[in-house]
Design a protein around this ligand. Structure first.
Ligand SMILES: [Zn+2]
Ligand SMILES: [Zn+2]
Length: 576
């Protein structure tokens, strides 16, 4: 006997039909098939049961012609219409649908113009730089295709916080607009602002879960529905990320606490609860005797019931926060609106995209009191580093921008290379003309540990250096940190009054939380910078602040939270 097809298998075939029809430029039909595919994915009943009861037409979107096809498929396990469509198609072309960002229309163009008909030929064309030449594609989509291919090859990889967060906030915002949702929050590692994220977890408080689920699974960015249940649904969205939504009817605080994690934090909290005769889970805090609910509405209530302070999600890693919370001694970590200026930015003088004035105006829009323009120095040929004359010329323009744009102070500066021998890329008489000097390593990453440490401390000893840029050089998933004795580096930075940078570029996030905490405990000071190369990436500052929060940094530890008039005290060369 024929084994019955699963709902997901039927849906898959309908999705494929939709994709093929769309590649053939057929109008309307693709969306009709897609709608039915989604309805079938969202069914709580076995589609074979519906067929037996003659109820296929009850499935949203099913008309006469699709009903016939479904019947054929469910009784014979085959569909002549589908086989015919597939026959005219290169064998592996539908695999391309797995690539985030590629849909039937784009696949059709790729096939017609470049003969691409499989993941293999797609990769070859992208690597040869052929895709960027196509209309509507460009360099960015080519690199996204390559990234997508990597994702497929390596199984699902974790995403950078900087990639996941904007998407998640967008979805959160939409859910917040639902009248049925009385509370909405991102949960999980994303709420804790971990530097990489597996799935996006979102919690909604509502008494009308089906409505919330229906809205969620029908959002335009949803590419596939993995599961739709009464309290939990999972979807894959356009960029390849999985989003899990849970609807909670009551005691939202307990659920939020539970699903925010981390696991290690929750285990430790649970142990403390047990010692106090309590039980804690996603439904609330209960007295063990009699199972009476004592807390659950808010997270504050939950932690209070266990006898501890409620702490920011960024601290919940069982890294000392529980002990501190029990003693009422949590640090008052920096908040997201306390940054007063950015001290590491680039312009179109080197590898940035915007002019000085554009960067300054964008910084002003963020409400900043100051910004430093710190383009690359001459040893950075790839980034078109400035030589001395170019820098002197730029200084004039920066000062002009400072005069021209009112309401924000513009500092002159440079991101000066630390050379292999620990010398800086500009002589002292040039460096002393600048307000802010960021010293960074951009070459010879593989120096042995002792040499690298010496190279860095040597540079930090130069009296003109204010900030040590992206201190470990790591690039998440791309480059390991330098082999360096960080404790010696912190020591040198402290002794020489150099601030350690927390670089907010999504791939850098450098220093990381653990290192920042370590450096703070030794007495280091910090600046949180974006290293922005465009006006829009000034917004990355939120990522850097989240790393600082995870590293227990307080406002007073971060020099660019201080108002403009206090900067001359904090940086040697800054004069107002
Ligand atoms: Zn740099
Ligand atoms: Zn930079």
């Amino acid at each position: 006997m024929l084994s019955a097809m699963k709902n997901s298998e039927v849906a898959e075939i309908l999705y494929n039909i939709a994709d093929i029809l769309e590649m053939q430029d057929v109008a309307f039909k693709p969306s009709a098939y897609r709608k039915v595919a989604r309805s079938i994915e969202a069914l709580s009943e076995d589609i074979n049961e519906l067929a037996k009861k003659g109820k296929l037409k009850d499935i949203a979107g099913v008309g006469e012609s699709i009903e016939k096809k479904l019947q054929e498929l469910l009784t014979t396990g085959k569909l002549a219409y589908y086989d015919k469509l597939m026959k005219g198609l290169p064998k592996h072309i539908l695999d391309l649908m797995e690539v985030p960002g590629l849909g039937p229309k784009k696949i059709k163009v790729l096939n017609e113009k470049l003969g691409i008909d499989s993941l293999k030929s797609l990769e070859a064309a992208a690597k040869a730089g052929k895709i960027r030449e196509l209309e509507h594609f460009g360099e960015k989509s080519e690199s996204e295709i390559l990234k997508g291919l990597e994702l497929i090859k390596g199984g699902r990889q974790r995403m950078l916080l900087g990639e996941a967060l904007p998407t998640a906030l967008e979805i959160e915002k939409k859910l917040k607009k639902l009248p049925e949702a009385s509370a909405v929050s991102i949960a999980g590692s994303l709420r804790r602002r971990k530097e990489t994220i597996g799935d996006i977890d979102i919690l909604v408080a509502s008494k009308k879960a089906p409505k919330v689920m229906a809205f969620f699974t029908k959002m335009p960015e949803v590419k596939r529905i993995l599961a739709q249940g009464p309290t939990k649904s999972s979807v894959i969205i356009e960029n390849g990320m999985q989003v899990d939504l849970r609807v909670i009817e009551k005691n939202f605080g307990a659920a939020l606490q539970y699903f925010t994690g981390s696991k290690e934090h929750n285990v430790a909290v649970r142990d403390i609860a047990i010692k106090k005769g309590l039980k804690i889970n996603e439904y609330g805090v209960f007295k063990r005797k009699g199972n009476r609910l004592v807390a659950g509405k808010t997270e504050q209530e939950v932690y209070k019931a266990i006898g501890m302070q409620c702490m920011a999600p960024e601290l919940r890693e069982n890294a000392g926060e529980i002990e501190a919370a029990l003693k009422n001694k949590l640090p008052k970590i920096i908040s997201y609106n306390e940054i007063k200026g950015d001290l590491h930015t680039h312009t179109n003088y080197t590898d940035g995209k915007n002019t000085i004035v554009e960067m300054v105006q964008a910084a002003k829009k963020l409400g900043y009191e100051y910004i430093a323009i710190t383009d690359h120095s001459r040893s950075e040929p790839i980034a078109h580093g400035l030589d001395e004359d170019q820098l002197l010329f730029q200084i004039k323009e920066v000062k002009e921008a400072d005069r021209k744009v009112k309401g924000i102070k513009v500092f002159t500066g440079s991101e000066v290379d630390i050379k292999g021998n620990g010398e800086l890329d500009f002589p002292d008489e040039i460096l002393k003309k600048l307000d802010i000097v960021v010293a960074s390593i951009h070459s010879r990453f593989k120096s042995p540990k002792e040499l690298m440490t010496k190279r860095i401390t040597n540079a930090l000893e130069n009296e003109h250096v204010d900030i040590f840029g992206h201190p470990t050089g790591r690039m998440i998933y791309m480059r390991e940190p330098y082999n360096v004795d960080l404790k010696k580096v912190y020591r040198s930075a402290i002794d020489n009054k150099v601030a350690m940078e927390i670089n907010s570029q999504p791939k850098r996030m450098d220093l990381n939380d653990v290192h920042a905490k370590e450096a703070k405990e030794m007495g280091a000071k910090f600046v949180i910078n974006t290293d922005a190369h465009t006006t829009s990436s000034l917004g990355f500052i939120q990522l850097g602040v989240s790393m600082a929060r995870r590293g227990w940094l307080e406002k007073k530890d971060v020099l660019n939270t201080y108002p403009l008039k206090q900067l001359p005290k904090l940086f040697r060369k800054v004069r107002l």
